[in-house]
Ligand binder design. Structure first.
Ligand code: MN
Length: 335
């Protein structure tokens, strides 16, 4: 074990400890986070495959539906919802890519005493919420941690390699975000060498928009405001925009990147007013503002360059004011 963090009591278990515990499992449940992204789907399907291959009866579960466009990728279509597991017992529960317990949503009901046996993650804001905790912020994707587990337990075949490459490709923005380091490229190269292909992942993740989603994007682009001398840009998707275009919140995936594409902008923010009355806030930064820290202070979490939080305001403008104030303060602190 080694202690990490800035004066905190975070103590992470080693990957060897995690692997030893996985080898004791007979019936395992692998849980990913709500609003699943490529890394959540990849980590759940990859770890489920590994466990099944070493003779563990393993099933993957995510509280929200896996986006349809990922379901063509290996293992993704086999991930179930918590309701399909009622009455089933597991001796080993594992969460992957969830920075805190709330991120697994209704799947918490499947945990004994509200705690997973193993917590695997790569978010620097994670404080550990499992019996065994392994978090490595030096991994650009949780799928890379799962890949390291695979190397210790199985021979990685083409299907498993394809499943793991999804998380690495999507969490690095297809190898263009600041987290794309040598380790990322070596891990991805190894998977490609084993038969995995980037192209079906790019098609699934990047070329799935519906016409209504593109019309919603156009409406969002019209709301963009640029403040703080061009360094902060934000846009919104409000409830009436969703209603008028017939879209749901899932159709807004990738929208924040379009705001981030503005030249000279350091921080991009997207506010999404969900039908539940909650406002989901996505934050991205280019090079120096730690938006993970800002999001954590607002009750959310994430990475230095990509983070988010959910707030329940009286009205949307209230959240916008609140978040802009926090981000402007962080921006000025960096200048
Ligand atoms: Mn991730």
């Amino acid at each position: 074990m080694k202690a990490v963090g800035e004066g905190t009591l975070k103590v992470w278990n080693s990957l060897d400890e995690v692997v030893a515990r996985l080898q004791e499992a007979k019936k395992a449940l692998v849980i990913g986070h709500v609003m699943p992204d490529g890394d959540a789907v990849s980590s759940v399907s990859g770890l489920t495959m590994i466990l099944n291959r070493i003779g563990v009866h393993a099933v993957g579960c995510i509280a929200d539906e896996v986006p349809w466009y990922f379901c063509s990728l290996p293992g993704a279509g086999e991930i179930v919802r918590p309701v399909q597991l009622q009455g089933k017992a597991f001796d080993t529960t594992i969460t992957v890519d969830a920075s805190d317990l709330a991120r697994i949503g209704d799947a918490t009901d499947l945990l004994q005493e509200g705690m997973p046996d193993i917590m695997l993650d790569h978010h620097a804001t994670n404080v550990g919420f499992g019996r065994l905790n392994h978090c490595d912020p030096h991994c650009a994707a949780t799928a890379m941690i799962v890949q390291a587990i695979a190397e210790r337990l199985v021979t990685i075949d083409r299907e498993l390699a394809q499943s793991l490459l999804l998380g690495i490709a999507t969490d690095t923005g297809f190898f263009r975000h600041a987290n794309t380091d040598e380790k990322v490229l070596l891990s991805a190269a190894q998977l490609v060498g084993l038969g995995a292909r980037i192209q079906p992942i790019a098609t699934a993740a990047l070329e799935h928009r519906s016409l209504s989603s593109i019309k919603l994007l156009a409406a969002m682009l019209n709301t963009i405001q640029v403040v703080e001398e061009g360094r902060l840009a934000y846009g919104q998707v409000n409830a009436s925009m969703l209603e008028e275009t017939g879209c749901t919140e899932e159709d807004t995936v990738g929208f924040v990147a379009e705001i981030h594409a503005l030249h000279g902008v350091e921080v991009a923010i997207l506010f999404i007013e969900a039908s539940t009355g909650q406002v989901h806030v996505s934050l991205r930064s280019k090079s120096y503002v730690d938006v993970g820290r800002v999001a954590t202070a607002l009750g959310g979490g994430g990475h230095p360059r990509a983070a988010g939080c959910t707030l329940r305001p009286e009205h949307l403008e209230q959240v916008i004011d609140h978040v802009l104030t926090a981000v402007a303060k962080a921006l000025r602190g960096c200048s």
